[in-house]
Design a binder for this molecule. Sequence first.
Ligand SMILES: NC(=O)CC[C@H](N)C(=O)O
Length: 309
Amino acid sequence: MPDLDTIVKEIADEMRARPDRGAVASYIPELARVDAGQFGLAVIDREGRVAAGGEADISFSIQSISKVFTLTLALGMVGDRLWRKVGREPSGSPFNSIVQLEREQGIPRNPFINAGAIAVTDVILSGHQPREALGEILRFMQFLAQDSGIAIDETVAASEKRTGFRNAALANYMRSFGVIENPVDYTLGVYFHHCAIAMSCRQLATAGLYLAYSGLHPLAGHTVISAERARRINAIMLTCGHYDGSGDFAYRVGLPGKSGVGGGILAVAPGKASICVWSPGLDAAGNSHLGRIALEMLVKRTGWSIFGV
Ligand SMILES: NC(=O)CC[C@H](N)C(=O)O
């Protein structure tokens, strides 16, 4: 196998030249302005060795990738009681779907669809002011990425707040079942802001290291969560991390992964590496088009799929 630096550089070169790029998310006006020609990839291992290609140091809107980290925080706060408010099954529906909520007593299918992530955010918010809850989430990201410069893009947060009618509907609907307990505006405010955190591939790959190494963040020298919890979060990423594209992602890539409509994908190769890829153009399910193709190539060339070579 050629060395990882070469593999990553070759993938980045190939991806940058490809004409098929998908379409940037347009329902959040600020994201519609992002240049779809960009591509970045960063792979980082236990020792902190980084193989990076393309625009791996450009910040982008992490959007739903934040849901992995809010899930981690909420489990740390309330443990398995969290599962009273949110399920662990794939939804088979788009990320912003509302239909299952009526049939299932307002309990979202999993923490990685919008409804589920809003319910998780509500748990983090409990007993706190929105500003404090958001500070907690941001500090957690800065710690995991080992970078105190990570910040929220207020323009993106405001843009989503102005147009977030669908998420407001989900939150109000869950509130009617008592699944959301805080004022809906507070919960949504925190949710929109954590989705609007801006990070680069290198920073996100660093932040995901604890999932690749059984809960231990090798660079922070800190156990973030237990090995059992890390394994379980990875399982939910595999089954639910790409909405109704999760089955296809498992089939093609075979790694736990979480996508966001900013075009990022965080992927975990347990015991091997933490990976982040970014290309803003999305496929029909709202997942990065070239991001998925790049990960497919990476897995093929490294043999890292959890299902075998
Ligand atoms: N899939 C996503 O990344 C969606 C996140 C986005 N903030 C939303 O709520 O619509």
